[in-house]
Design a protein around this ligand. Structure first.
Ligand code: ATP
Length: 743
């Protein structure tokens, strides 16, 4: 891979330490500790003094014994034997037994044991004393600041130590790390990915093993050490000591204590500031992108992606609009602007909406802006947020200056109120122009659930408690679908349309693709290396064949990538490419148009049916009321009269029904024909044979839309005349009766 001159960056989130143990090197730095400790402890503690005195006596005794062992002091040896024989009954017997039968001089053995005891108790005394003096110094002569394990500062300190302090002394013992499999709630670590080091596997990172680290910073002696964490205690023995075999094993998320010699914390504060600046400087070579994650109890920004910054020149947008946007952000980030906002009681926030078709550079522009203004980019994927309170927490943990990116805000299905209030207005308004209706219908399929409510999001963006200082960038493909409240000034201060590519941008894209002076390997075949002028001419020729505002930059980028090693081939092939792409666009438009037409018809039919149904209901009601009135009249009138009346009424009602049935039948015939055509197209031969058999209508029912079921069921259920005795009017009456029953 080509070296772009980016500095190495230790992925600090994944840094870990071995269990703590006293660093021998650190004690060498303080040899006086040992000497002072003995004297001081003896002075402070009478018990230790007594023990030390007796140790001294023992040592003298032992030395005397040793002399006898080497045969130069028979006198003292005899006197010890004699003394023991005098004071311990039976000692003489045992002594002689050992001497005669086992050839062991018991007095020598006793002397050696005494010597060993003296040495070990002396060593123990020195150790106790030195550790006491060490803690005494730490307690009274140092200042300290501790940092919890999951704090970013903790990782930054490790990063600093690993890249500067420990490399200086040439560390021999290292820890290695590739991927973390531990997703336990307590020990969960943030994930950090460096996209620049784009390797097949997660690269191994080597970090120095260190327990306690001493170093000098600004002429102050500093010590950084980690303290026991839960996992260490779990691994420890009952005495609280970490066994040696665990001592070098990496853990993670351990708290750090930064100490410095002296009684003021100011040097430590200065050191921590320096560490932060160091980290920031290292990151300047990258854009840090952070994403929210859902798999924890607490929402967190825990995935970190490092990318080389994208230059603003590589994003094609109207130059004037681009410059205006850059000026606007630069003005907003200016220190004086903040004061201006505060003094006038204006909330210090800025929001932008980038809208336009997919693949026009909305995400690319956000990333380039983050790189340009050296801000971290926080990507919030709204469907992964579990609710308004989680959204609130994520926004609260944002740093004061950053860019928050809310992508495809129209497609996340935010509801205006609580989830049960369905918004039915999305897909179907027939009066909309074709394009917009098509967009709506597309949205219909994309529409996804989001657990946040619109009011929750509005509050976060511009509520009383919402954070100040950050920039929110929202992107959308269908701006007309966004709630007006979401894009009102204060939440969205600037709306930028990112459209299809112009001839001029196409020319720039061509030049950028084949420019030889950019970083990285030569893009073109060696035989095809062209002068600047030649390349410019080719670019002009290329762009002249691109129609204005038809293709998205993503499309054109794809085209150029397919001719990545030859600008001449790109120019030669562009006409064909344009023809094919235009044909595809045309076919897609036609498909879209047909789909819209079909949906429009469906909606029209559904409305007609509904109207028909309503009319029928109204007529039926009127008839019932008439009959009711007649019923009361018939009590008083003659049977012949009633017969002629009812006959007249039934004839008028039957003519009504006939007209109604005709209408229904016409509609049904139309529908059946349509379904049959569709069926014939899609069904295989075998299915066709099956359809020829009686009872095939069930298949048809399956393919029909829900709203039309009632009508089709009536047509298939209505029995055909089985004999000629049944007249047509009988059949119609029966159908009408069926209809009425259903109603
Ligand atoms: N205006 C542009 N200038 C330069 N490159 C662009 C532009 N638009 C798109 N591209 C290229 O096309 C690809 C897709 O761009 P990007 O993801 O930014 O588009 P988008 O508008 O955010 O798409 P979507 O709406 O689908 O998220 C990227 O590789 C990018 O380099």
């Amino acid at each position: 891979m080509t070296n772009l001159g980016l500095p190495p960056l230790i992925l600090s989130d994944e840094t870990f330490f071995p269990a703590w143990r006293p660093d021998p090197g650190s004690f060498l730095l303080f040899p006086a500790t040992y000497i002072i400790s003995f004297a001081a402890t003896s002075w402070f503690s009478p018990r230790t003094f007594r023990s030390a005195t007796s140790t001294g006596m023992d040592t003298l005794l032992a030395l005397a014994g040793t002399t006898s062992l080497f045969g130069s002091g028979n006198m003292s040896s005899t006197s010890i034997d004699e003394q023991l024989e005098e004071n311990v009954p039976g000692f003489g017997l045992v002594y002689r037994f050992f001497k005669t039968w086992l050839k062991i001089d018991l007095s020598t053995l006793i002397t050696l044991t005494a010597l060993w005891g003296a040495a070990s108790s002396g060593f123990q005394g020195v150790r106790t004393a030195s550790s006491k003096i060490y803690w005494w110094i730490v307690r009274f002569l140092t200042a300290s600041i501790s940092i919890s394990g999951n704090d970013r500062l903790n990782k930054e300190i490790i990063n600093y130590l690993a890249t500067t302090v420990l490399t200086r002394s040439g560390t021999r013992i290292l820890t290695a790390h590739s991927e973390s499999k531990n997703h336990n709630y307590y020990y969960r670590r943030a994930i950090e990915r460096n996209d620049y080091k784009n390797e097949k596997r997660v690269p191994v990172q080597y970090l120095p093993t260190f327990g306690t680290t001493w170093f000098i910073h600004e002429r102050n002696l500093f010590m950084v050490r980690r303290i026991f964490s839960y996992s260490n205690r779990y691994n420890s023995t009952s005495e609280g000591q970490t066994p040696d075999e665990y001592a070098g094993a990496p853990e993670g998320d351990e708290p750090l204590v930064v100490m410095c010699l002296g009684r003021s914390v100011q040097p430590i504060k200065r050191f921590l500031e320096m560490v932060r600046e160091f980290d920031e400087k290292q990151r300047e070579a990258y854009v840090t992108i952070r994403a929210s994650k859902r798999d924890s109890y607490d929402p967190e920004w825990d995935t970190t992606i490092l990318r080389p910054p994208r230059s603003m020149d590589t994003v094609h947008l109207d130059e004037k609009i681009k410059q205006e946007l850059l000026d606007d952000i630069a003005h907003y980030l200016d220190h004086n602007t903040r004061q201006f906002y505060h003094s006038r009681g204006i909330p210090y926030r800025r929001g932008y909406l980038l809208h336009g078709p997919p693949g026009t550079g909305k995400s690319s522009l956000s990333q380039a802006l983050a790189g340009k203004f050296r801000l971290d980019l926080y990507m919030l994927h709204l469907p992964t947020v579990r609710g308004d309170s989680e959204l609130d927490k994520l926004f609260t943990t944002l740093p004061p200056r950053c860019i928050v990116l809310l992508e495809d805000i129209d497609a996340v299905g935010i509801k205006r109120h609580a989830p049960e209030d369905e918004d039915s207005s999305i897909p179907g308004d027939e009066s909309l122009p074709d394009g917009e209706l098509a967009e709506n219908l597309k949205l219909e399929t994309q529409y996804r659930e989001c657990n946040c409510t619109l009011s929750g999001l509005l509050n976060i963006l511009d509520g009383v408690s919402s954070q100040e200082g950050r920039i929110v960038v929202m992107t959308s493909n269908y701006v007309s679908k966004l709630d007006k409240a979401l894009i009102r000034p204060g939440r969205v201060d600037k709306m930028i349309y990112m459209g299809c590519i112009s001839k001029q941008s196409a020319e720039l894209m061509f030049l950028r693709m084949y420019a030889a002076d950019l970083e990285g390997p030569e893009p073109v075949d060696e035989k095809e290396i062209l002068s600047n002028q030649e390349l410019k001419d080719l670019a002009r020729e290329f762009s002249s064949q691109i129609p204005d505002d038809v293709f998205t930059p993503a499309q054109l980028q794809g085209c150029l990538l397919s001719f990545h090693d030859s600008p001449k081939r790109a120019v030669a092939g562009i006409a064909d490419w344009v023809a094919v792409e235009l044909a595809i666009i045309e076919a897609e438009k036609e498909k879209e148009r047909k789909y819209v037409e079909k949906r429009r018809k469906q909606m029209q039919e559904a409305r007609e049916l509904e109207k028909l149904h309503e009319e029928r209901q109204a007529r039926r009601k009127a008839r019932w009321e008439k009959q009711k009135e007649r019923g009361s009249d018939s009590d008083s009138s003659s049977s012949s009269d009633s017969g002629s009346d009812s006959g007249g009424d039934s004839s008028s009602s039957s003519s009504d029904s006939e007209a109604e049935i005709k209408k229904l039948k016409k509609l049904l015939d139309k529908k059946n024909r349509k379904w049959k055509v569709k069926k014939e197209k899609t069904k295989t031969k075998s299915e066709k044979q099956e359809n020829d058999k009686p009872g095939q209508s069930s298949d048809e029912d399956k393919t029909q839309p829900e709203g039309e079921e009632t009508v089709t069921a009536t047509s298939t259920e209505s029995p055909k005349p089985v004999n000629n005795v049944e007249t047509e009017s009988d059949e119609k009456t029966k159908e009408l009766a069926d209809e009425e029953n259903k109603a």
